[in-house]
Design a protein around this ligand. Structure first.
Ligand code: CA
Length: 360
């Protein structure tokens, strides 16, 4: 079996879908981070595709190493691992389709048939307290029973308005009641001292996890926050590959690691990071913003890791994206069901994809 082509589709909503084609007609689908579609498409097509053409798609690990180490000097953060993610996920999909098995089965079996998802609600910096409470109410109506509010500050806007952030957290907590898991994401926007004082106040109101309290590259600062507070500290959406996660665990001392399958170099690397997290008894709660292929890939991995037992991130269903698949993921009562079909368990509707893909 040989890889005959790799194609990339950019969608109007920013999504980057990858298809790996073979000489036996089996096709795998994958997805890259949506941060910059044209750049990612160019990387996949010019740097990675020549490395995998003619290769056996079932040699997933060998091809991962070939892609990673042959393009290492093009950057091991950002575009390079994000582009590898698209192809690696598609190779796992092919492996599943060829064997007739879902990916969770290939990873060694699943510990759960459905996964409780938490609603990940962003935009806090731009919103009033009341607007955020309304948004949380809308997600609750969709069936969610665990929540996270994200401020979207970023590292270049430090300590802009922590008082408003605190009022927002308290208002959402009062709206949801004490029993509902509620996490808070500063999106890298606090200094260490603000993060610690803010975290102590959140703890008084019950906080499930405290995410990216300080700039993502400040491992020393993250460690100070993690050591000062009881609430689990989460980070990892800006980390790529097992080696960065090793440092995040050992140097930043986070309690929850959050790789993103469409960023960290695919299912292969996400699995290795999951095993690494278990080795250090860290919680495993991947970051994820892409609700179809990316979320399916993530679901297979978290279903097959026993310690991935906390609610997992979900930004909610997107009808315009679900319309591109014959049987989209099933979301009910706050749970996503882990697909039983071969591979990822998602089948693209080629005609629907052609109708929306952005011409390049
Ligand atoms: Ca986040």
């Amino acid at each position: 079996m040989k890889i005959t082509d790799v194609t990339v589709s950019l969608l109007p909503w920013g999504s980057v879908f990858v298809q790996v084609h073979t000489d036996e007609g089996v096709q795998g689908i994958g997805e890259c981070s949506p941060m910059n579609g044209p750049v990612l498409a160019h990387f996949v097509e010019t740097a990675l595709k020549p490395l995998v053409l003619g290769e056996d798609p079932l040699d997933v690990d060998r091809l991962w190493r070939k892609m990673f180490f042959r393009t290492y000097k093009l950057g091991v953060m950002g575009v390079q691992p994000e582009a590898i993610s698209g192809i690696d996920i598609a190779l796992w999909d092919i492996r599943g389709k060829v064997t007739g098995l879902p990916i969770w089965k290939l990873l060694g079996g699943r510990y759960r048939e459905k996964v409780l998802m938490y609603a990940s609600i962003g935009g806090g910096a731009r919103m009033s307290v009341e607007e955020m409470v309304q948004k949380v109410a809308q997600y609750q109506e969709k069936g969610f029973r665990a929540f996270k509010i994200r401020m979207d500050w970023r590292a270049d806007r430090q300590d802009v308005d922590p008082e408003k952030d605190f009022r927002m957290f308290v208002a959402v907590r009062k709206f949801l009641g004490d029993a509902v898991p509620l996490s808070f994401d500063a999106n890298n926007g606090y200094s260490v001292s603000t993060a610690i004082s803010q975290g102590r106040r959140f703890e008084d109101y019950g906080i499930y996890h405290f995410e990216e309290p300080v700039p993502q590259y400040d491992y020393g600062g993250l460690a100070q926050v993690a050591e000062a507070l009881d609430v689990p500290i989460a980070a990892g959406e800006h980390e790529y590959t097992r080696w960065q996660f090793r440092d995040l665990i050992l140097q930043a001392k986070v309690d929850i690691v959050q790789p993103d399958v469409v960023k960290c170099a695919g299912i292969s690397e996400m699995w290795r990071i999951g095993v690494l997290a278990e080795t250090f008894h860290k919680h495993f709660v991947p970051h994820q913003t892409q609700p179809t292929i990316g979320t399916a890939a993530n679901l297979h991995v978290v279903a097959a890791l026993q310690h991935a037992s906390r609610p997992q991130e979900f930004t909610g269903e997107r009808p315009e994206l679900n319309a591109l698949f014959r049987e989209p993921l099933r979301f009910e009562d706050g749970y996503l069901f882990v697909p039983d079909r071969p591979g990822l368990g998602l089948e693209l509707d080629e005609e629907a994809l052609r109708a929306v893909r952005v011409e390049r």
